[in-house]
Each structure stands twice: as structure tokens, then as C-alpha cells.
Design a protein around this ligand. Structure first.
Ligand code: RI2
Length: 309
């Protein structure tokens, strides 16, 4: 299989490429590049190789449905294509289209979400979400005077990326350790986080610790906003599928020999925030409540809804 598929899958697995939107775009563009370089002019062979390439990409990280949706949007023309050329063109065009639309969605979310922010607001964000950062940076670009607290987000410390991104955008940003969330929340007006997956009942799966941030926000009457492109909605959850929460290696948490043998380490990467803690889901289609997610999924799926069960 073309190197591009293996190297993209391994970059996603090793978190060299990370963030639900970025991994989706990387998967879609890798398939497009693979199709472009494909030389065996045989439709059945092409279909079978693209399916294998898709599975390799999908195996790289299990939780973010964005990758699944990006890959499926890229290969959707394969089934009905009548020639190798048509199939290849469809994969190339659909992969590129998905990546472009995904970038546009992030920009639109930034414009829509920034309207929720008022001058004088204090905000909090968790982990490193390009959608949430886009909203905050856009508000500052509009001249709003805001302060932001960014969590460190152990164990990968993506908060360091976030404070770099926000600082470059001219944002007054303060880094806090994850366990300072409750203390700091009493100063916060609004929280903006990203999404890895949103279920049909409007629950959010996002970086571990998000649910604690949401509970603290509810207790302190801070508004809890999720910034999510609609391709992070998981249609499979409509039919009872649950979201697999990735667990990563314990050496991300402790160094070898640091703890006694026999002590276990549990390292879940994501958690679930129930819909009742979420005030707004900010998407490229507008701001909605968690209860509106199911309707959007039905509309986007159209007739293909019957193929999903
Ligand atoms: P954007 C990240 O997952 C974080 O959980 C973040 O909130 C989410 O993806 C969405 O990121 P990870 O890949 O798509 O760091 O908004 O495990 O950039």
C-alpha cells in the first residue's frame, strides 16, 4: 500500500497529527493522494485497495468520529462508479472537497461563536481545539477585551499549544493546571471547548477532563459552549452504537520504575459530558441545543439513514 496511507495512519496514532478536525482532513487527503498515485487501472482492484487503505486509517485512533466521517465522505463515490477513472476522480475530488469544507466550517464557527463573547468576558478552554481557538481569536480580532484561562491538559499538555496559539493571536491568556479548574471557574463567564464526537442524544465526547470542566461551569453558572463541525456528529450512535473511548499507554502518565510494580495506571484519553451540561453547540450551520443534534443528523443522512443500522 502506498506509503502515504501508512505514514498518515502512524502520524495520527502517534499524535504527530492530532485534533479531531486535523485527523479527519489528514485521512481524507491521504486517500485522495493515494488515489492520485494509483496506477493499476482496474476498478475492482482499486475498490478493494481503497477499502483496505480506509481501514488502515480508521484503525489509527478509535474515538473521534470526524475521521470516520472524513474517510466515508471521501470514498462515497466508489460504489456507483462505472469505471476505474470515474472512481479515482471521485475519491480525489471528494477527499479534497471534504478537507476544504472542513476548513471553511472552522472559519464559519469562529464567526458565529465570536458573537457569543462580550468585551470584558473571562473565558476558559480545555486541551487544544482549533474550533474553540478560532472562536476566541476571532472575538479578539474584532477588538473585544477578553481574558482566557487555558488548562494544561495532562498528560500530553496540549494546553501549551493552546497558549502559544492564543498568544500569537494577541489574546490575554493564562495557563492553569487541570486541578485548578474549580478554583478558577468562579471568575469565568463562558467556556469554549472542541469536540471529538457528538452523539445523537447531544452528549459530547472530548478530551479527558472536559466533563469536570462542564460540571464546574454548571455549578458556577458559567456558559458551556461546544465548538463542533457537524461532521463530528456520529450518525452510528442513532442506532445504538456506543463511542469507544481510547486508552493510551501508561508511559504517557508515569516514567518506568516511578511506581511500585503491580500498581495499575488507567489512562483514558476522552470522557463523556452529558447533554444536560451543554448550553450551546456552535456549528457551521449555526448555534443549536444538544436536543437539535438528532434532527441535523437525520437531515444530513437523507435516504442513506437506512443503510447505517
Ligand atoms: P479540533 C482533540 O483530541 C481534543 O480533544 C480537542 O478538543 C478535539 O480534538 C477537537 O479539536 P486529540 O486529537 O478539531 O488531541 O477543534 O486527542 O481541533
Amino acid at each position: 500500500m502506498n506509503d502515504i496511507i501508512f505514514s498518515t495512519a502512524s502520524d495520527i496514532r502517534d499524535m504527530k497529527v492530532r485534533g479531531a478536525g486535523r485527523i479527519a482532513r489528514a485521512g481524507a487527503l491521504a486517500l485522495a493522494a493515494y488515489a492520485e498515485a494509483y496506477t493499476v487501472r482496474d476498478l475492482e482492484q482499486f475498490r478493494s485497495d481503497i477499502r483496505k487503505a480506509s481501514d488502515t486509517l480508521l484503525d489509527s485512533r478509535p474515538t473521534a468520529v470526524s475521521l470516520w466521517n472524513g474517510v466515508h465522505a471521501t470514498v462515497r463515490g466508489l460504489k456507483d462508479a462505472e469505471s476505474f477513472e470515474a472512481a479515482r476522480e471521485a475519491v480525489i475530488a471528494d477527499g479534497r472537497r471534504f478537507a476544504e469544507e472542513s476548513e471553511k466550517a472552522v472559519q464559519r464557527i469562529a464567526r458565529i461563536g465570536s458573537k457569543r463573547i462580550k468585551s470584558g468576558d473571562t473565558l476558559m478552554t480545555h486541551c487544544n481545539s482549533s474550533a474553540a481557538i478560532g472562536v476566541i481569536a476571532e472575538a479578539v480580532r474584532q477588538g473585544k477585551d477578553i481574558k482566557v484561562y487555558a488548562t494544561e491538559s495532562r498528560p500530553w499538555r496540549q494546553g501549551i499549544l493552546t497558549v502559544n496559539d492564543l498568544s500569537k493571536a494577541g489574546v490575554d491568556v493564562t495557563l492553569i493546571i487541570d486541578s485548578a479548574v474549580r478554583t478558577v471557574m468562579s471568575r469565568v463567564d463562558r467556556v469554549f471547548v472542541g469536540a471529538d464526537t457528538i452523539t445523537s442524544s447531544g452528549s459530547l465526547i472530548n478530551k479527558i477532563g472536559t466533563s469536570q470542566v462542564a460540571m464546574a461551569a454548571r455549578e458556577c453558572r458559567a456558559e458551556f459552549n461546544v465548538c463542533s463541525e457537524t461532521y463530528k456528529f456520529s450518525p452510528k450512535t442513532m442506532f445504538g452504537d456506543t463511542v469507544t473511548i481510547e486508552e493510551r499507554n501508561i508511559d504517557e502518565v508515569v516514567r518506568p520504575g516511578e511506581i511500585p510494580e503491580g500498581v495499575k495506571v488507567f489512562n483514558p484519553v476522552f470522557d463523556t459530558t452529558p447533554a444536560r451540561y451543554i448550553d450551546n453547540i456552535i456549528t457551521e450551520l449555526g448555534i443549536m441545543s444538544p436536543g437539535a443534534v438528532y434532527g441535523v443528523m437525520v437531515r444530513q443522512l437523507g435516504d442513506s439513514i437506512f443503510n447505517l443500522e
